[in-house]
Design a protein around this ligand. Structure first.
Ligand SMILES: C[S@@+](CC[C@H](N)C(=O)[O-])C[C@H]1O[C@@H](n2cnc3c(N)ncnc32)[C@H](O)[C@@H]1O
Length: 200
């Protein structure tokens, strides 16, 4: 039996709907939290064999699962490393997208969750790797304790990007019993729209 797509869509589906028409074949994109590889394979389809996907995770179990999902897509590179090391694999201003789906691997050890301090460090690195007009996408899970702190920190930091000429947006369900996951999107200012020291 076919199931109706959930409406309004969850952030994990919404972000793919939004990015599908924006990410071009041939682009370099980064999956900062590969997990089971659902986003990795989506990104690999978007950029195609002429593109490149870098995927990071600190858990070998996650990478094994993600590798199975994208088998034979040779333009995907997996790295068993924290996303704070992503700058070792891409040059500044080369990426069209850096995608984070924070939290823990469903069904696995909930202690192996993303942490506010390293997430913020990786997000700052991501801003240097994105090309002008490039996109930063982050899904936060404020419904669990570590995720609640992280969501507040990430949202505050992403809001501050607006002062540097980025366009920033937040999507999420309202009226839920527990805080619902939120999707934060930011687009880096094109080179001709960045504030300079002389901008009032
Ligand atoms: C919600 S899951 C990601 C789901 C994934 N995007 C998918 O489509 O299946 C979050 C993942 O982040 C990983 N993670 C936690 N800390 C990390 C870090 N510092 N660097 C990279 N990955 C990390 C976890 O191991 C977990 O697999």
């Amino acid at each position: 039996m076919e199931t109706e797509p959930l409406f309004p869509p969850r952030p994990t589906a919404l972000v793919q709907d939004i990015l599908r028409s924006v990410i071009r074949p041939g682009a370099l994109v980064i999956d900062a939290t590969a997990g089971n590889g659902h986003d990795t394979i989506f990104l690999a389809d978007c950029v195609g064999p002429s593109g490149r996907v870098l995927a990071f995770d600190i858990q070998e179990a996650a990478l094994a699962s993600a590798r199975t999902r994208v088998s034979e897509m040779e333009w995907v590179e997996f790295h068993h490393q924290s996303h704070t090391e992503m700058h070792l694999h891409a040059t500044p201003e080369s990426a069209a997208l850096v995608m984070f789906n924070l939290g823990y691997l469903p069904g696995e050890n909930h202690n192996l969750t993303t942490q506010s301090a390293s997430t913020l460090a990786a997000l700052k690195i991501a801003t240097t790797l994105l090309m002008p007009g490039g996109i930063l996408s982050v899904i936060c899970y404020p419904g669990h304790p570590a995720g609640a702190t992280e969501a507040v920190d990430v949202e505050a930091w992403m809001s501050s990007l607006g002062e540097e000429g980025w366009r920033t947006t937040k999507y999420g369900a309202i009226g839920t019993r527990r805080p619902a996951p939120i999707l934060l999107l930011a687009a880096k200012a094109p080179a001709n729209r960045r504030p300079t020291a002389t901008t009032p």
